[in-house]
Design a protein around this ligand. Structure first.
Ligand SMILES: Nc1ncnc2c1ncn2[C@@H]1O[C@H](COP(=O)(O)OP(=O)(O)OP(=O)(O)O)[C@@H](O)[C@H]1O
Ligand SMILES: [Mg+2]
Length: 631
């Protein structure tokens, strides 16, 4: 019926799913189970009373009662029971529906929480993997409906078994062939819907990767970040066309599926009509023989509906559980991704006074090229280290290793002479602060933008109250150092001003202002290692000068690592490391490297000439020649 038989993983997933539901709210789960069992016996009871009622009517019509009063009392009594059963059924259904809604809500919250927790603990490199995105997306989409679906189907199965058993027992009195024929009549319909349910699942799963591309295209057309370039370069048409091409592809697949499903569905209903007719014929034959009462025939007519409904519920419940479990597998796949426990390892305490890279190489996951090779250097407390090199040389990657967002593929990083891997990444990171090239612009208040990094990380930063301290001195201090205090204090809301365009009352900042806030975040957090990846790229010349002055003021007693393409900044560092294609080609102070006359000297000269004479002249003069420097 479905793609695969009920394999052990499926059984395990079923248990895991039910456990999720139970954990979300044990009381409501138990209540729904109990209500269902009571409901399970109502249909048979109702059928039986209806039969008795019909028989009593027939007897009254043929004058079988002693008097009118007796007949009426009997009929009214049966009616009262029937009404009672109906009312009980409505009550139970209402109560069950309400409980299920509440349980669904609790479940959605519980599982979303688990997914977010999981995402927060995943290794960074997971996010570079398209497969993880697919899984995350799949998991997130199914979060609300599927687990509850599994649970209500399991409950429905138990309920259907009981109802089916009791109704079959009643109907079996009408002739041996009746029950099997009626049950058989349900099979084709159930088969069709189960078969196509599985196909539909496979279709959606197959489309996940394409759907992600389509989503992305849609986002480019609707996002505030992309709109400038899209308009200026005028590629709305191109994006729309590609977006539509995906739609047409999906549409084609859907149409094919619906066509096949309709054909098979029609065939199934013809077969089932024929089988019901056969069963009816068998009953009519016994009626012709005078072997049945009117109530028996009424029981048959109403019973057919019940049997078919229950049998479909049973089979559909079974295949439905399997299908929902396929979706649950998406969720479990994601939840079972290995996470890196950032707190695993010895806790690091005290300042970092020395960092050594020993023959470090690194390759991004799922790629086949070493981005860093044999990188060896040291930096100590009080020193500033500058990394220079062309775009793509590996500077940012080196910093990701230094801050332990990634671990080296080969080689070691030593902290105060001890292998960094021994220590928990989080405890090491607590000693570090930084600004990345693609620093965050958080759609929150100024205060939050600066203060979010203050907590210890992970669970320790969990209390929002800590991220927004009332004590403004440290906050202001960081803002001043980052050159952000001026524009922040001019904002209508000051430090409580909402930023960005996403939420009401938000004020958008310029690129350079955002960068200064990121710097303030760095200073506010502090630490014994400060990392600056292009910290002044978006800053005006004046601001850059101030930032660099501040940065130099901070350098004593710390390790400072700075990446910059501006040699005015780089030359101030105690030590300069030149990266070329992932390899260190030169290292030394500005003066040493200038004296060496290698790549650094050439790049420095090119830029210096560019400033003084314009780049055309610098190139014409030959970049290898150095400008005279003034120490
Ligand atoms: N997440 C990633 N997955 C795979 N490869 C990557 C990833 N990030 C960077 N790379 C590759 O690693 C190399 C080094 O990139 P890196 O970002 O370290 O360069 P960079 O020196 O900081 O350059 P830039 O001056 O442009 O900032 C590049 O060739 C890049 O293509
Ligand atoms: Mg970079």
């Amino acid at each position: 019926m479905t793609a695969s038989p009920f394999v052990p993983t499926r059984a395990r997933d079923l248990r895991a799913t039910l456990a999720l539901v139970w954990a979300a709210d044990p009381r409501q789960t138990a209540l729904i189970g109990g209500l269902s069992l009571v409901q399970a016996v109502l249909p048979a009871a109702s059928l039986w009373v209806a039969k008795l009622l019909l028989d009593a009517v027939a007897r009254a019509v043929t004058g079988g009662f002693a008097g009118e009063a007796e007949a009426f009392a009997r009929l009214a009594g049966l009616l009262a029971i029937q009404v009672g059963i109906g009312v009980a059924g409505s009550l139970l259904t209402t109560l069950q529906g309400a409980t299920q809604d509440l349980l669904g809500d609790a479940l959605q919250h519980a599982i979303s929480r688990r997914i977010l927790d999981k995402a927060a603990g995943l290794e960074l490199q997971r996010f570079e993997d398209a497969d993880t995105y697919d899984r995350l997306q799949n998991a997130y989409r199914e979060v609300g409906s599927r687990p509850l679906g599994v649970f209500s189907q399991v409950v429905g199965l138990a309920q259907a078994v009981i109802t089916l058993g009791s109704v079959s027992a009643l109907m079996a009195q009408l002739g041996w062939a009746v029950v099997p024929l009626v049950l058989l009549a349900s099979v084709p319909g159930v088969w069709v819907s189960s078969r196509f349910g599985t196909l539909d699942y496979r279709r959606l799963r197959r489309q996940a990767a394409d759907a992600r591309v389509q989503n992305y295209l849609g986002r480019l057309l609707t996002s505030d970040e992309a709109v400038k370039e899209v308009r200026l370069f005028g590629f709305e048409g191109y994006l729309l066309e590609r977006w539509r091409a995906y739609y047409l592809k999906f549409r084609g697949e859907l149409v094919a599926l619906i066509r096949r499903r309709s054909g098979w569905g029609l065939a199934a209903s013809l077969v089932s009509t024929a089988l019901i007719a056969a069963a009816t014929l068998a009953v009519l034959r016994r009626a012709a023989q005078g072997a049945l009462t009117v109530g028996d025939f009424g029981l048959f007519v109403a019973g057919i509906g019940q049997l078919q409904r229950q049998f479909s519920t049973l089979l559909q419940g079974y295949t439905g559980v399997q299908q929902n479990l396929l979706y649950m597998r998406n969720l479990f796949d994601f939840l079972e991704l290995p996470a890196r426990d950032l707190d695993e390892g010895e806790p690091w305490v005290g300042p970092i006074e020395r960092i050594d890279f020993e023959d470090v190489s690194f390759r991004y996951p799922l790629t086949d090229r070493d981005v860093l090779r044999g990188v060896t250097f040291s930096v100590r407390r009080g020193e500033s280290l500058a990394l220079v090199g062309a775009n793509g040389a590996g500077k940012t990657t080196l910093v990701k290793l230094l801050t332990r967002l990634y671990e080296p593929t080969v080689g070691r990083i030593l902290l105060n002479g001890r292998d960094a891997r021994r220590f928990s990444p989080r405890s090491v990171q607590r000693e570090m602060s930084g600004i990345f090239q693609d620093f965050g612009q958080y759609q929150m208040t100024v205060r939050e933008n600066v203060a979010v990094g203050r907590g210890g990380g992970g669970a320790e930063s969990a209390r929002p109250r800590d991220a927004v301290p009332r004590d403004d001195t440290a906050l202001r201090d960081a803002a001043v150092r980052a050159g952000a205090a001026g524009f922040v204090e001019a904002l209508p809301g000051g430090y409580d001003q909402m930023l960005g365009r996403w939420f009401a009352g938000g004020q958008q900042l310029s690129g350079g202002q955002w960068q200064r806030l990121a710097l303030a975040r760095l200073y506010y957090r502090g630490g014994s290692v400060l990392v600056f990846d292009e910290p002044t790229a978006a800053l005006d010349a004046h601001a850059e000068f101030e930032v660099i002055e501040q940065l130099r003021g901070q350098a004593s007693g710390r390790i400072t690592v700075i990446i910059s393409h501006r040699f005015s900044t780089v030359r101030l560092a105690d030590r300069i490391v030149v990266l070329d294609g992932g390899v260190i080609t030169e290292a030394g102070s500005h003066h040493e490297l200038m004296a060496l006359g290698g790549t650094y000297a050439a790049m420095f000269t090119l830029q210096a000439r560019g400033y003084l004479q314009g780049y055309g002249a610098a190139r014409a003069d030959g970049a290898g020649e150095h400008v005279k420097e003034s120490p």
